[in-house]
Design a protein around this ligand. Structure first.
Ligand SMILES: [Fe+2]
Length: 332
């Protein structure tokens, strides 16, 4: 069969990626240690924060492409890749095209792509036009999960019997999110329904809650609300606490694997993702970090991975490996 001709954008990204790897400026993931799918797992997914793809940063795009190559090295197929927002730096159409192109490195090794918008994806742009662009990107991606009506960022999906609830700001915002009462009511109702499955429930948002995941330290010590979802933080927390088994997955902080990434709050767990594209803050500041999340009938395992290098983070690093054993009322 004739090979598909590469577009100019593809050729330019391909050339830059190869050049930066040849120069040693971007890691090459080790093909000998790919992610393995455990046949006993009910669900295996990769969770990435903040690729923030930008035309102005070939290095960032190349680091993200290296992470995609690590998935491309797999034998099996992930059930999902979850993006906790800030897919692009400026939310530009070209950046979404670059992201789409980089994701081709994953090939057929991912069944679903889930994404929520981050402040960089929406700010300084016409709200509804940007929303359409965001969902068009997902709808055009093989396996991309986009709601049918595309009227709100909030939507839900189910993968292997597990519920995923995606939050998103109801208006344009520079840094925090605005979660309307209508969105919070839908979340509450959907959590009530999902609880009947008796399984853990995944809630994805770009920003974590106030004073959570090391805030304000992880936002470099700035302010009470900064780095968090903002004004609706207490309302969101109250909803989580009404239910059982929520795994709240967020990004935005660009903080490397540390004691702050995972917090057990009883009713809910809070997993804050490092950035897979940009510079990570903190003592563990390596590039292309993220988590592989494996769900079993009785436990969930979160393993931090240096995707760009194709290896897991040394277990000596705090929160490099977390095992959550479910309480009796929760058995996946
Ligand atoms: Fe952000």
């Amino acid at each position: 069969m004739a090979k598909k001709k590469m577009s100019l954008l593809e050729r330019s990204m391909h050339f830059t990626f190869a050049h930066l790897q040849a120069k040693g400026k971007v890691a090459v993931p080790d093909p000998a240690t790919p992610i393995q799918i455990d046949p006993d797992a009910l669900l295996t997914m990769v969770c990435w924060g903040d690729p923030q793809i930008s035309s102005f940063s070939p290095l960032r795009t190349a680091r993200f492409s290296a992470a995609c190559a690590d998935i491309g090295n797999m034998d099996g197929t992930l059930d999902a890749i979850v993006f906790a927002g800030d897919l692009c730096e400026f939310g530009a159409s070209r950046e979404f095209r670059m992201l789409h192109t980089a994701l081709r490195g994953i090939g057929s090794h991912c069944a679903h792509y889930i994404a929520v918008p981050g402040n960089h994806d929406i700010r300084l742009r016409h709200y509804h036009k940007q929303q359409r662009k965001f969902f068009r990107f997902l709808a055009d991606l093989p396996g991309g999960v986009a709601p049918e009506d595309r009227l709100n960022y909030y939507h839900k999906t189910e993968i292997n019997g597990f519920t995923f609830l995606m939050l998103g700001s109801d208006r344009s915002s520079f840094e925090a999110s605005y979660l309307s009462d209508a969105q919070l009511q839908r979340l509450d109702a959907d959590l009530t329904a999902a609880e009947l499955t008796g399984k853990p429930i995944f809630v994805i948002n770009h920003q974590t809650l106030k004073r959570m995941n090391g805030l304000p330290v992880t936002w470099l010590g700035k302010g009470d609300w900064r780095g968090s979802v903002g004004n609706e933080s207490d309302k969101l927390r109250a909803i989580f606490e009404k239910h059982r088994g929520v795994v709240f997955i967020t990004g935005h902080l660009h903080y490397g694997v540390s004691k702050y990434n995972y917090e057990d709050h009883g009713a809910f767990k809070a997993l804050s993702l490092p950035t897979v594209g940009v510079v990570n803050h903190g003592a563990f500041d390596k590039f292309s970090q993220g988590y592989v999340v494996t769900v079993y009938p009785d436990r969930m395992v979160f393993r931090a991975r240096l995707f760009g290098e194709g290896r897991y983070v040394d277990p000596a690093v705090e929160n490099a490996e977390i095992v959550w054993e479910y309480p009796a009322e929760l058995q996946a």
